[in-house]
Design a protein around this ligand. Structure first.
Ligand code: FAD
Ligand code: SF4
Ligand code: SF4
Length: 402
């Protein structure tokens, strides 16, 4: 149940908690930041890894939860519109074309919100996350591009109440947004807007270093990377050059433990509780993928509509065989020689799943892997932690014995 009564006495008591008694999700904690604030006393209800209640929160945020008779709802969540889009004039240095930053800037420019929760980077480290409440478009733009590590976005929540802000936009990934939705009514806001991105395979800062060191030819010059729809990781380097490494050539045996335990246990890839989701995986290569979940999301998208080229979403191919074959290969940590990985990448890109079918491919591959991970490492949590829609997705495949 979502909490409804603010309780300042509990806030005070929570402030006195020792750091050691915080983060009750223990090794599954994704560092969402809630436990760095006095809202920590809601953690047992709010934490995505302690109390999974996506269906109930969907009902509150969107007026309905996923329709379990509709496989599109299993995969993409509650939606009222979906499209591929890109900015006519991309923002230089954004992760994709900068649709997220553009919406946030418009909301500030038009006075719809007084602040935007987003993530800049620390002075010392371009990938070190530094959550802030941006009050100007310049501060929003300073947060463009992914910090591809766990980021304590909700650590700034106390500042909202203290600042007296009444209208706020929060940008974040699924686990952050689940905890946010659960404490939303405690923040004293008149209106909360939520702009989400999909998220998968996130890592601690140390894990990110291991991934870069193991995979890139020049880890220290990487400024940006993405797992692309052409089945390759694209690394952009400081000099503007692009390095491509096929998924099938990743050193899976060395990388198996690199993803954070939270992200190996996560079933909210598509950010079910955001009003509007902006990613890329359901769109053709070079385009962004937009999912409008409710009227608030539509209102946010309308602000930048004139800045965008759009096209309908498409779906092509059949992912199921490829997913089934990848399950035991990943489980055994198989790594192909680079020539074979490149060849396989070229063939799959030509005949493989595209558009929404690529998104389903990615969701299936991650949910089957994560289901096995939870079954093996936290069997007592399996039933309650895995949402019904994810059980239906995983149920389409034959999994190895636990
Ligand atoms: P920009 O305008 O560049 O803005 C990026 C925004 O992301 C900024 O506002 C910043 O505050 C926020 N941000 C940066 N780092 C973090 C973080 N660690 N936690 C929370 N917020 C952050 N999309 C897919 O379709 N499939 C995926 O598998 C996928 N994985 C992702 C994994 C991570 C860790 C993140 C952060 C995003 C992922 N995305 C994924 C989303 C995608 O990479 C883009 O972020 C999205 O399409 C927006 O692009 P943009 O150019 O509009 O964003
Ligand atoms: Fe707290 Fe967030 Fe960690 Fe859960 S994931 S224990 S809410 S910091
Ligand atoms: Fe959070 Fe899931 Fe992303 Fe990990 S993969 S950071 S748990 S949304």
């Amino acid at each position: 149940m979502t909490i409804t009564t603010p309780d300042p006495a509990k806030h005070k008591k929570a402030k006195a908690l020792k750091p050691s008694s915080r983060r009750p999700a223990k090794e599954l904690c994704s560092e969402c930041g809630l436990c760095d604030t006095y809202y920590v006393h809601y953690v047992k209800d709010a934490c995505a890894f302690i109390h999974q209640h996506i269906a109930e929160l969907e009902e509150e945020a969107h007026g309905r939860s996923r329709n379990l008779d509709n496989p599109d709802d299993w995969y993409f969540g509650v939606s009222q519109d979906m499209m591929a889009a890109r900015k006519k004039q991309p923002i230089e240095g954004a992760q994709w074309t900068g649709i997220v930053s553009s919406i946030a800037c418009e909301m500030l420019n038009r006075g719809m919100v007084e602040g935007v929760v987003c993530v800049q980077n620390t002075k010392e480290d371009r990938f070190g996350p530094m959550p802030v409440i941006a009050r100007t478009p310049e501060e929003v733009l300073a947060a463009k591009v992914n910090k591809p590590t766990l980021s304590p976005n909700l650590s700034v929540l106390e500042q909202i109440e203290q600042s007296g802000m009444k209208r706020l936009l929060v940008i974040g990934v699924g686990c952050q947004i689940q905890a946010l939705r659960a404490v939303e009514k405690q923040l004293g806001l008149e209106k909360l807007y939520v702009l989400g991105t999909p998220c998968v395979d996130n890592v601690s800062r140390a894990g990110l270093q291991k991934f870069l060191d193991t995979t890139s030819r020049s880890p220290e010059t990487v400024v940006h990377y993405e797992f692309m729809q052409d089945f390759q990781v694209h690394f952009k380097h400081e000099d503007g050059s692009i390095e491509k490494v096929p998924f099938f050539g990743l050193k899976t045996n060395q990388l198996k433990d690199v993803f954070a335990p939270s992200c190996m246990s996560c079933f909210d890839y598509v950010n079910s509780l955001a009003d509007l989701v902006v990613g890329y995986m359901g769109a053709p290569f070079g385009w962004q993928w937009i999912v409008v979940r409710n009227d608030t999301g539509q209102q946010m998208l309308d602000l930048v509509q004139e800045q965008l080229d759009t096209q309908p979403v498409m779906s092509q191919g059949d992912r199921k065989k490829a997913v089934q074959q990848s399950i035991p290969a990943y489980d055994k940590g198989v790594t192909l020689p680079m020539w074979a990985a490149k060849l396989m990448g070229i063939v799959i890109e030509k005949i493989g799943p595209k558009g929404l079918e690529y998104a389903r491919f990615s969701i299936d591959s991650h949910f089957t892997r994560n289901y096995l991970y939870v079954k093996r490492n936290h069997p007592e949590k399996l039933d309650a932690h895995v949402p019904e829609y994810a059980k239906r997705i995983v149920g389409q495949y034959k999994l190895p014995e636990a």
